[in-house]
Design a protein around this ligand. Structure first.
Ligand code: AMP
Ligand code: ZN
Length: 119
C-alpha cells in the first residue's frame, strides 16, 4: 500500500470537515478515513464514512484502490464498534441518485427496519 496522499478541495464540505474547519461528531478516524454522524439522520444510527482525500464520487474512489479499501475497512470497523447489527451501506452516486455532497462517502444506516427496494 502506498503512503496516503490527502488531496483537498477548499470548496468541498467534507474536505473542510477533514481539515477541522467545520465540526463533526466523529466516531472513527485513521490515516485515510474519517467516520462521523450524519447531521440529518435517516435512521437511529446514520454514520458517514469518507476517504480523507477528495474523490468526487464512488467511481472516482474506485480509481484509488488504497483509499477504497480503507473506506470499506473503516465501514466494517464502525459496524462492529457501533454494534450496528443488520445495516445498509449506501453510496448515492450522481445528483439523479440523490448525491448532494460531491466527496465520496458511504452512508451506514441501522437501528430500524430497512425496506427494499429503496426509493
Ligand atoms: P448525499 O446526499 O448522499 O450526498 O449525502 C450527504 C449527506 O451529508 C446527507 O445525508 C447530509 O445530511 C449529510 N451532511 C451534510 N452536511 C453535513 C455536516 N456538516 N455534517 C454531517 N453530515 C452532513
Ligand atoms: Zn472533498
Amino acid at each position: 500500500m502506498s503512503e496516503p496522499v490527502v488531496t483537498a478541495d477548499p470548496d468541498c464540505l467534507f474536505c473542510r470537515i477533514v481539515a477541522g474547519e467545520i465540526p463533526a461528531d466523529v466516531v472513527r478516524e485513521d490515516d485515510r478515513t474519517l467516520a462521523f454522524r450524519d447531521i440529518d439522520p435517516k435512521a437511529p444510527t446514520h454514520v458517514l464514512v469518507i476517504p480523507k482525500a477528495h474523490h468526487r464520487d464512488l467511481v472516482a474512489l474506485g480509481g484509488a484502490p488504497d483509499d477504497a479499501a480503507a473506506v470499506l475497512a473503516a465501514a466494517a470497523a464502525v459496524a462492529e464498534d457501533e454494534a450496528l447489527g443488520d445495516f445498509r451501506a449506501v453510496a448515492n452516486t450522481g445528483a439523479g441518485a440523490g448525491q448532494t455532497v460531491f466527496h465520496a462517502h458511504l452512508h451506514l444506516l441501522a437501528g430500524r427496519p430497512l425496506t427494499w427496494p429503496p426509493g
